[in-house]
Design a protein around this ligand. Sequence first.
Ligand code: ADP
Ligand code: MG
Length: 161
Amino acid sequence: MIIPTANAMAHLGHLLAKVCPFPCICHLGGDLGVGKTTLVRGFLHGMGYTGIVKSPTYTLVESYPFDQKTIFHFDFYRLGDPEELEYMGIREYFKQDTICLIEWPEKGNGFTPPPDIYISISHDADTRIVDLHAHSEPGKVMIKAYGVLLSSKKLGIAART
Ligand code: ADP
Ligand code: MG
């Protein structure tokens, strides 16, 4: 799909939050500045978070607790050695009651758990092209639910042709 503005990207994140199951591991692929954090910001606001969403570029992870559940926003861009993930106890994050949104998952090599859904974002000037790929049954259900949500709301986000 074509996402023409940063606001539209945040809106996409907002909608994805409405259809995202617990647990869910979501990988965000795409170059620096393509809009991954913008999408996550919209996602967190879609979950009802009203505070500031900081990029976890230096902290590696930011946590957002919601009642009994938690959303973790990771950014592995500055990860020196993927083994650092083992030391930080990465596996503890991927529990039943969490959603993990991961920027630069490839920098974690074999230590990043596989995704339920892979969101790829690419550039075309200011316009962005976003594709959703399911990698599990819950991921497939999520993408289907997103399609239903979109058509029911007739939001006018142009389908990719
Ligand atoms: P990343 O996390 O992928 O490095 P960010 O979300 O931090 O990227 O930054 C994306 C930048 O691009 C922001 O400054 C945003 O305002 C800008 N931008 C311009 N057009 C778009 C678009 N269509 N979608 C998302 N971001 C856009
Ligand atoms: Mg980012």
